[in-house]
Design a protein around this ligand. Structure first.
Ligand code: MN
Length: 183
């Protein structure tokens, strides 16, 4: 007799890239997008978004499309156009690409609160960061944003060295024509 092919649990279909994302949420009660990795698409560019998240602590979620998911950081103070500001950005679990269009109320549990789209557009890795995997491992990702509010050249730099948890980064605006004093 052949072994049962179908697993009882639908969790077995969750892609490894989004296992953490799925584990933290109950999709029966949360309106957030399910843990689906998007297929590779041929189109203009990679998407990015910033979501204002009024949770227990207000923060801004900064997300960059990469390999069918959104690399994600929670930025407590939000991005600043002033190159002197180094904004703490805590890397969180990868999110599904669909999350980049999500706005709504998360009623209870993980991330409970209100999510608003604050900015969106496309992004491109810059220079040596063209190899995004390598740049992420190295802890320095340089990129350009073409959003409605955020534009120009930026960098995410991992902090804390060997003793750190590897999740703490700084989001910094490079000095260019899109920099300014606006916080
Ligand atoms: Mn958040």
């Amino acid at each position: 007799m052949p072994a049962r092919k179908r697993s009882k649990s639908s969790s077995s279909s969750t892609p490894a890239a989004l296992a953490d994302y799925r584990a933290k949420r109950n999709f029966k009660t949360s309106p957030e997008p399910g843990p689906r990795v998007a297929r590779a698409r041929k189109k203009k560019g990679l998407t990015f978004c910033v979501q204002k998240h009024l949770a227990s602590h207000l923060h801004y979620d900064f997300r960059l499309e990469h390999e069918g998911v959104l690399l994600s950081w929670a930025v407590p103070k939000g991005p600043s156009l002033n190159p002197k500001d180094k904004r703490l950005a805590m890397q969180v679990e990868d999110h599904p690409l669909d999350y980049g269009e999500f706005e709504g109320v998360i009623p209870e549990g993980y991330g409970a609160g209100i999510v608003l789209l604050w900015d969106r557009g496309t992004w491109d890795p810059e220079g040596q960061s063209a190899n995004v995997e390598q740049a992420m491992r190295k802890g320095e990702l340089k990129f350009r944003l073409d959003g409605v509010k955020l534009k120009g050249s930026w960098v995410l730099v991992r902090t804390g060295g060997a003793g750190g948890d590897g999740r703490s980064w700084l989001l910094i605006k490079h000095r260019d024509e899109w920099a300014g004093d606006v916080d």
